[in-house]
Each structure stands twice: as structure tokens, then as C-alpha cells.
Design a protein around this ligand. Structure first.
Ligand code: ATP
Length: 241
């Protein structure tokens, strides 16, 4: 279980981006963090992976724990070792490397070359499209293919929890469906998911539970099925009719 309690994040000692939020992601569940631009969603993920410190940000109060161990102010590499992978917004593939080379980079913690091969085979069998593209230079892939690749690269680390920031951003509807079908298959395989999305509909479709952020605070939370059906929520927070 990932647990955030009263977490506050400040950039450059002045910009209060996250104003004391608490949330839980139980093992094996999918939780989504919703809200408009600038609400603080990405900052929350960056606080958990602690890459926020590379942007001159700091968790200034509250606690973050994973599996009962405090991870706030932990080194980002140690957070990864602990089983949390953060797939950042913007599909950051290593553009000059092939698909397979990108995947191998994600498997750097594997114990042997044979283990890397086994992980690659597992990903190719789960994501057939990557198998077909394995020798292609990743910078030339479509946005959707790159999104599948960064998720595949995350899987190479065999994480317990994948945090993913705006996986649907800029993708054609069919590709959004493909990416979320992959996320659903990971959930079915027992991977815990924390998904930041502005595409409320697809996010609430996969999620068990949702939180809505506004201006650095959680303003609403509930079972995904309740958020989907609540009329006020749909209209005022989620922009659905
Ligand atoms: P988006 O979908 O636009 O990324 P978000 O909900 O993920 O929105 P954040 O990116 O977490 O929001 O931003 C929250 C607030 O923190 C915003 O006011 C933003 O301007 C500010 N912020 C984000 N990153 C930085 C940074 N590196 N330095 C200073 N301020 C930042």
C-alpha cells in the first residue's frame, strides 16, 4: 500500500503546489488522480518518486510510505528499487535507441542477461506491437507506440506499483483504448496502478477509486463507480454530461 498523509510540496521555497493531501493506493488496485491543468497531479507523482527534487521542489511536510516504509526524501533510485516506477508525462523514449534497447535500459536491475531476455520475451508476448517494432528507432514511432514502449520499459523493472502521468494525452481514440487495455492487463496481473489523467472517462473506467484535485488540494474522492454516476461530480468536476 502506498500512503500519503498531509503531503505538502513547495517549489523553489515559494510555490506551494501541493497543499497537504492524503491518499491511499491499496495493493493490486487502480487509483486515479483527476483534475485540471495546474491542479498539482504531476507534482504529487513527482513527490512520490522524489524526482521533484531535481526541479528544486521539496516535500516540506507530511509523510509518504510504501509497504509500511517511509520513502519521502528517499533517493529516487532507491524508490525504484523499492518497487515504484514513475512513467513521466510526455513519453520520454530514448529517441536514438531502438525499441529493444529502450526496453533493455528499463531492465538494468535484472540479475543476468538471461533474466533480461526473459523479461523482454514476457513484454513482447503481452505487447505484440512492440515485438513487431523491436528493431525500429524509437524516435520514429507514433505517439501511441511510444506510450506502449514507455509502459513496457517500466514493466522491465518488474515493479509493484506503476505511476503513470497522462497516458492518453494527444493519442487517437483507438490508441487510447489500446494503451488502457494494456494497463488493464497489468492490473489483472496484480500490478498496482496510480494513473494521472485528464481523460476522466477512460480513467474512471479502469480505476477502483478516484481523487479529484483542484488548486493543490483533494476536493473530492470516492469509488470510481460513484464518481462516474454522481451528476454534480460529472458536471462540475469532470466535465461530463
Ligand atoms: P498539468 O496537467 O498541467 O501538468 P498538474 O495537475 O499535473 O497539471 P502540476 O504540474 O503538478 O499540475 O503543477 C502544480 C503547480 O505547480 C502549478 O501551479 C505549476 O505551475 C507549479 N509547478 C509545477 N512544476 C513546477 C516547477 N518545476 N517549478 C515551479 N513550479 C512548478
Amino acid at each position: 500500500m502506498l500512503e500519503l498523509t498531509n503531503v505538502e510540496v513547495i517549489y523553489s521555497d515559494v510555490i506551494l503546489a501541493v497543499k497537504g493531501i492524503s491518499l491511499n493506493v491499496p495493493d493490486g488496485k487502480c487509483v486515479t488522480l483527476l483534475g485540471g491543468n495546474g491542479a498539482g497531479k504531476s507534482t504529487t507523482l513527482k513527490a512520490i518518486s522524489n524526482v521533484v527534487k531535481t526541479e528544486d521542489g521539496r516535500v516540506t511536510s507530511g509523510t509518504i510510505s510504501f509497504g509500511g516504509t517511509r520513502i519521502d526524501n528517499e533517493d529516487p533510485a532507491a524508490v525504484v528499487k523499492g518497487g515504484i516506477i514513475h512513467v513521466m508525462e510526455g513519453r520520454r523514449v530514448l529517441r536514438h535507441l531502438t525499441v529493444e534497447q529502450n526496453l533493455v535500459v528499463g531492465g538494468h536491475m535484472a540479475s543476468s542477461l538471461r533474466d533480461v531476455r526473459a523479461r523482454l520475451d514476457e513484454i513482447y508476448s503481452r505487447i505484440g506491437r512492440l515485438a513487431a517494432l523491436k528493431d525500429r528507432t524509437s524516435g520514429y514511432l507514433s505517439g501511441g507506440e511510444q506510450q506502449l514502449l514507455v509502459i513496457g520499459r517500466a514493466m522491465m523493472a518488474k515493479p509493484k506499483l506503476i505511476m503513470i502521468d497522462e497516458p492518453s494525452l494527444g493519442l487517437a481514440p483507438l490508441m487510447v483504448d489500446e494503451v488502457f487495455a494494456l494497463l488493464k492487463s497489468l492490473k489483472a496481473a496484480g500490478v498496482t496502478l496510480l494513473i494521472v489523467e485528464q481523460n476522466t472517462r477512460v480513467a474512471l473506467d479502469i480505476a477502483d477509486y478516484g481523487y479529484v484535485m483542484e488548486n493543490g488540494r483533494i476536493v473530492l474522492e470516492g469509488a470510481a463507480s460513484d464518481l462516474r454516476s454522481n451528476e454534480d461530480v460529472r458536471e462540475f468536476y469532470l466535465g461530463l454530461n
